[in-house]
Design a binder for this molecule. Sequence first.
Ligand code: TYM
Length: 331
Amino acid sequence: MDKKLIFSGIQPTGTFTLGNYIGAVRNWDKLQEEYNCIYCVVDMHAITVKQENEKFRFTRLNSYALLMACGIDIEKSILFIQSHVKTHAELNWLLCCNTQFGELSRMTQFKDKSQRHPDDVNAGLFTYPSLMAADILAYNADLVPVGIDQKQHLELARNIAQRFNQRYGDFFTLPEPYINEVGAKVMSLQEPTKKMSKSDENPNACILILDDKDTIIRKFKRAVTDSEAEVCYREGKDGINNLMTIYSVVTGKDLASVEREFAGKGYGDFKLAVGEAVADHLEPVRTEFARLSADKAFLKQCYTDGAEKALRYSQRVVSKAFHKVGFVDRT
Ligand code: TYM
């Protein structure tokens, strides 16, 4: 039987956070063994929020290198930059014409972002989920590994695919979310009821995966917890629950053994242990990133090859979708 197809993407807005890593990217390399995987630096999504152009050029390339450093192997998977593959924008138009204003208005990320950037509520920000659907449907992907915050967008992608199939005949595969049981939503270290996000104004709220060891430990030492002194996973202990989840993911220990390990110890010891475990876990990523990002020619060859493969693959699907809608074939 053919292997199932995985598609996922990440925005190149600065360095990835520990949330991106734990919620999504850490799975991406493991999935390569079992599935056909296509991964993408979604730079067209990133400009729905204003970017400084020179910095943006640099972060796109860095994000590409960082995905390789996290274990994406270009011999096993297709890894490319979204704007290099024109089929995403083309299919986006077909899908926009099959997406309702009301559906887009209900997207919580649109509501959040338009509140945060009231001076730039642009049409791209509004239609963003349709482009995300195009990313996935252009490859007829079966599974999409993401954090829980993308679940709503993914449900919309399924609805758009379903509507298209009803109008034009069965064509698109309905993609399923692939969401971790543990770590699907890593929380801010400063306000543990909020998602960890690189747009947080407080730098102590968020671990960047290229932070050095001292910085990582310092941020964990400052993490907000509670007034008890018990390392246990329980409702209402948002800060501790978050730290336990992070520790559990990076060490591979389950929550019960984490509780046992820290029974009778204070929060100071626990936070230090989490900081050290995270820093050690990310050390190989930082080292590999430094090596890869120094070799711009190699990176260029990788993303050029990746784009060619992605274009070849998606063009077949997208041309058929245009044909289904009734466009006259060019060739
Ligand atoms: P983005 O770039 O915001 O995030 C990339 C991935 O990281 C996950 N993530 C988190 N997971 C757990 N805890 C957190 N605090 C956390 N923060 C982020 C996200 O869920 C995501 O999986 N729209 C997408 C990018 C995208 C995409 C796609 C994804 C565009 N096209 C097609 C899948 C398929 C986004 O903005 O992710």
